[in-house]
Design a protein around this ligand. Structure first.
Ligand code: HPA
Length: 233
């Protein structure tokens, strides 16, 4: 079955899909961590792959940036390819001083300035939350691997470049760990379709301390987080 944005055939995706924003990260994950890999999508260069990790089938599909792009790919994976578990593997900007570059954030819940979940819930607020089993197992796997992991709320913004004053102080006061651009869309979609979902992000920059990770450090902490995501299989 080909969908408007995925040229894959029926059965081409595994039931679990890791979704990085960057399609080249999907290619990197597939080539670095998976066995028996084949490319299943190249429409718009939004690369997708299916292979196995320690004998278990898994797919990796780029999502693009922001809620609308993420939801296009995730919706087609769920509706047309029977995907029942999606793990976002991305990056985020930290807001709390307890967080450092390279730490892992597991989004227990996600607030947002996007309208998608309000629209889904017919004008009401919706609790956009992670699957508890995935969240628990990811926290345990990250801690067992010696990583510094933070579990809590994130804010999913439609703006990377906000035209108004950044609301970062407000978010910080309310305990929001970090800002990113997709988690709330994933969680709303997961609730709509009854699938399991988790968004995990490495801290690539610190918005209060004005720090950013080097390219090499980005790569190694992304690798560590990817292993945690794959441990969920
Ligand atoms: N804003 C939104 N998404 C992000 C950021 C940010 O500052 N850093 C990494 N992903």
């Amino acid at each position: 079955m080909t969908t408007p944005h995925l040229s894959a055939a029926p059965g081409d995706y595994a039931s679990t899909v890791l979704m990085p924003g960057d399609p080249l990260r999907a290619k990197y994950i597939a080539e670095t961590f998976l066995d028996d890999v084949r490319q299943v999508n190249e429409v718009r260069n939004m690369l997708g792959y299916t292979g196995s990790y320690q004998g278990k089938p898994v797919s990796v599909q780029g999502s693009g940036m922001g809620v609308p792009s993420f939801q296009i790919y995730a919706t087609e994976l769920i509706r047309f390819f029977g995907v029942s578990r999606i793990v976002r593997v991305g990056s985020c900007g930290a807001l709390q001083h307890a967080l450092s570059l390279g730490d892992v954030v597991l989004a227990m819940g996600a607030g947002t300035d996007s309208m998608v979940n309000r629209t889904r819930f017919e004008g009401r607020d919706m609790a956009a939350v992670a699957d508890w089993g995935l969240l628990l197992r990811a926290a345990q796997a990250a801690e067992a691997a010696g990583m510094t992991v933070h579990v809590g709320s994130v804010f999913t913004s439609d703006f990377f470049y906000d035209p108004n004053d950044n609301p970062f102080d407000l978010f910080e006061r309310h305990g929001v760990l970090a800002v990113e651009m997709e988690a709330a869309g994933l969680y709303g979609l997961a609730a709509e379709h009854g699938i399991e979902a988790l968004a995990m992000m490495t801290v690539s920059d610190h918005l209060k301390r004005h720090e950013a990770m080097s390219a090499e450090d980005r790569q190694s902490s992304f690798d560590d987080m990817t292993r945690v995501a794959l441990a969920l299989l």
